[in-house]
Design a protein around this ligand. Structure first.
Ligand code: HEM
Length: 395
């Protein structure tokens, strides 16, 4: 265990609600299924090879242009793609055989019903947590997109927006295409980052975005949100919870995670998260800058709350340990308000208490402003603008 003592990890895990009871169970499905593969050493071989070729032969701009018209799940593949890439996409651009349309529809409805909490948790929880996942923070910082966080945030919103859309997985939805474009971007990054002197000087020797890395990020998104919704006592039926997990299982499958590693239940996901996410959280120079960029961007829109309040909300969802790592200035009055008013806000919204609590409108405005930012995706709401990078961040 590198940066943190075991005790710190445990208390951080408890604060984040990430320490599961069954922490002795094996972390990966691999161990449970008897497979010898280690997800930290599994990437996405076929598309990695194809994208290396596309990059080396200077075809990325042409591929990006061709992909512009490829948006809806039922759009035909665009013409003008290299034959091997077209053949590959023809095979993978569909839902897995085990995808359950009824569960995916329920997940979409769940996303709509709980969107208030999802905006807050993905935006101010997962988004900022990504900056203390060192391999992710360093990769994001030193890839081309790290130089323009506004643009990168908009692209990431595209993924979240398309995933949460009511039609996400339907023929006229967009998520399957968006996930495949992301898979191509990741494959390009695996080729590019190991050629960045900056990235090499701060990262370990492993190629980035392994199956293990993607699972860690999934836990900072889906698993974390599930845990917090439970902790906040947001009413959810068992079918809702199962549907939300299923949506994420399909999503990470589309990003290239092998089935044997994908957690089958929330219990397995929380166990895996406690083993592979919590212990690796730690601050880095890159992560601190990214967090400041992200919170700076958020503070630029009128959330109706001060930057101190925003800092404290991040501390509230992610723990003071992470707030301290990121140097988030304290605002004790806001901290006290959040601790009492946020649970009351949830209880009132969910019809669990009859009287509107103090601070209701303040939270409501904050959620609305975050929602607007998300729904605008920073740009045109109709275009999926995920593009394959041609190089790394210059310096
Ligand atoms: C790009 C989502 C895991 C590093 C992207 C993009 C999306 C995305 C939507 C395209 C938008 C953009 O270019 O910014 C996800 C999701 C993940 C995941 C949903 C897991 C559930 C990871 C992991 C890493 C990573 C584990 C690193 C360890 C990157 C980098 C880019 C990228 C470096 C390229 C940014 C650029 O253009 O320079 N990801 N990602 N991602 N992702 Fe991921």
């Amino acid at each position: 265990m590198s940066d943190l003592s075991r005790r710190n990890v445990l208390s951080l895990g408890v604060a984040l609600g990430l320490v599961g009871a069954a922490s002795v169970a094996p972390a990966w499905g691999a161990t449970q299924t008897g497979s010898a593969a280690d997800p930290w050493w599994v990437w996405d071989d076929e598309i990695d090879r194809i994208m290396a070729g596309v990059l080396e032969s200077g075809q990325v701009p042409a591929v990006n242009t061709a992909m512009r018209s490829w948006v809806d799940n039922n759009d035909p593949l665009p013409g003008g793609l290299p034959a091997d890439l077209a053949g590959y996409l023809q095979r993978v651009n569909e839902l897995p055989s085990w995808a359950d349309p009824a569960k995916l529809r329920r997940a979409a409805d769940f996303n709509r019903r709980k969107d208030t909490y999802l905006f807050m948790l993905y935006g101010l929880g997962s988004g900022i947590m990504s900056t203390v996942i060192p391999r992710e923070a360093k990769s994001v910082y030193w890839s081309a997109g790290g130089a323009d966080m506004r643009d990168r945030a908009a692209k990431t919103f595209t993924f979240g927006y398309d995933l949460s859309d009511l039609n996400a997985f339907e023929p006229d939805g967009q998520f399957v295409v968006t996930a495949n474009k992301t898979r191509l971007v990741h494959a390009a990054v695996r080729h590019l980052l190991p050629r960045s002197a900056h990235w090499k000087s701060v990262a370990d020797e492993r190629i980035p975005i392994s199956n293990g890395d993607i699972l860690v990020t999934f836990h900072s998104l889906g698993t974390f949100v599930h845990r917090k919704l439970r902790e906040w006592k947001v009413p959810m039926s068992a079918a809702d919870e199962e549907a939300f997990l299923h949506m994420w299982q399909v999503a990470i499958h589309l990003l290239g995670v092998r089935e044997e590693f994908i957690p089958k239940t929330w219990a397995a996901a929380h166990t895996q998260s406690a083993q592979v996410l919590t212990p690796i959280l730690s601050p880095s120079h890159e992560g601190k800058e990214l967090a400041e960029d992200l919170l700076g961007l958020t503070a630029q829109i009128d959330l109706g709350v001060t930057r101190g309040f925003l800092n404290e909300f991040v501390r509230y969802v992610l723990s003071d340990a992470i707030g301290d790592w990121l140097g988030l200035r304290r605002d004790y009055a806001s901290a006290a308000l959040i601790r009492t008013a946020w649970p009351a806000y949830i209880a009132f919204r969910e019809g669990l208490i009859p009287v509107m609590p103090a601070g209701f409108y303040m939270f409501d405005q904050m959620v609305r402003a975050l929602a607007m930012l998300f729904l605008d995706k920073g740009t045109s709401p109709t275009t999926t603008l995920i593009t394959i990078p041609t190089g790394n961040r210059p310096g």
